[in-house]
Design a protein around this ligand. Sequence first.
Ligand code: SUG
Length: 440
Amino acid sequence: MTRVLNLDGLVGPNHNYGGLAQGNLASALHRGQISNPRSAALQGLEKMHALHQLGLAQGILPPQPRPQLSLLYAAGFRGTTAALLEQAYKESPRLLEACYSASSMWAANAATITPACDSLSGKVQISPANLVSGLHRSLEAPFNLQFFRRCFSDPEFFQVHPPLPAQNSFADEGAANHTRLSDPATGHSLNLFIYGRSDQQSGPDHFPARQSKLASNSLIRRHRIPPERALLVQQNPDAINAGAFHNDVVAVGHENFLLLHQQAFSEQAEVLKTLRQQTRHWQAPLSIFEVSQKELSLSQAVKTYLFNSQLVTLTDGSLLLIAPEESHQDPVTAAICERILAEDNPVSEVRFFNLRQSMNNGGGPACLRLAIPLREQELSRVAPGILINEERYQALQSWIEQHYRDRLCADDLRDPQLVEEIAQALSELNLILQLPELYH
Ligand code: SUG
């Protein structure tokens, strides 16, 4: 029996709207606006707490130390911290924003996970993503590798791989382009790996495709997933052109339920046929809920982020859909949620969460979490300090209230005082997460 440990990215005190993400419409739209790091972190923490209260295993992916001043050194800036920030602000403001990005909050991009039961190795497979498609995101890989090595350290149960080579051919954005479907009755599974580009097929022409087929294929190989448990699918270039920079903006699946937009995959009718075919022996049949483009355009899907909902299994075995508030406010997506509930499928409840601060940068409920299916014994080997319990929830709440600003704009990034504040906050987080010297 496996249960899912959801690791949510804890939003850092540096959360800001730099508009750095290519192909991400929300990020571009909010560029230069004033962010509220405190609300952002509290909104994310409330989601974690709600899942903990439902009896689910919930943990934290800690924020990354920022600003990443080494990037400014690498770019040739020199001097005291204040001088570095000032020069970069004047000469290369985009670089300063990159080294200040809080993008590690989107834990779905941190890694790709394969549970032990899906791997011929018999161990949980973890590959931190290289995130090379964007400069600001590529900075996340080394810390993530260190985090996974430290918190999933028992070699008897976990195998933590280094990220794929940091090169465009291997561009990897983690679990945002991976969906694991499974039969809760028998444990059979099918892992969909959704790539955006390959050498053989034409890709999007408006926005870049971030996930390469070579990366997805390499993950299948290194995680030793047998062929019958893996399926490679191309993301529909139209979806990427419309702003679905990751597949999890147009599709979400968990256990035997798949919710997706009609234009999520290339040759979707064929893909769904294959899915039905490959899961035909499941005791709990695969239920596919496909939303037509007539009912919901790709552009509305991207705006409301309905497909970036998170699916979790409740204690009675039914599924809860955790949707962003934005898809409650839109009448079309609200009606789709009603229909999901009314029809015959495993979903028994929908809850809407206000995650506006993250949504403004293109990150909904599913982006914020990395799902790690674990057996009880494996769960007991995870570093306990990263798990949410009542006490840690309260400690984090007070910590955020004490250390986070309630407004941050581009001009603030040259303030050396902000560097000090963040360092102070993170050094106290070492204690809360019981991970001495995670931050120095
Ligand atoms: O990579 N936004 C992220 C949002 C990632 C959402 N994740 C998933 N869909 N799984 C991105 O586009 C903007 C950050 C900034 O501008 O600082 C950003 O990186």
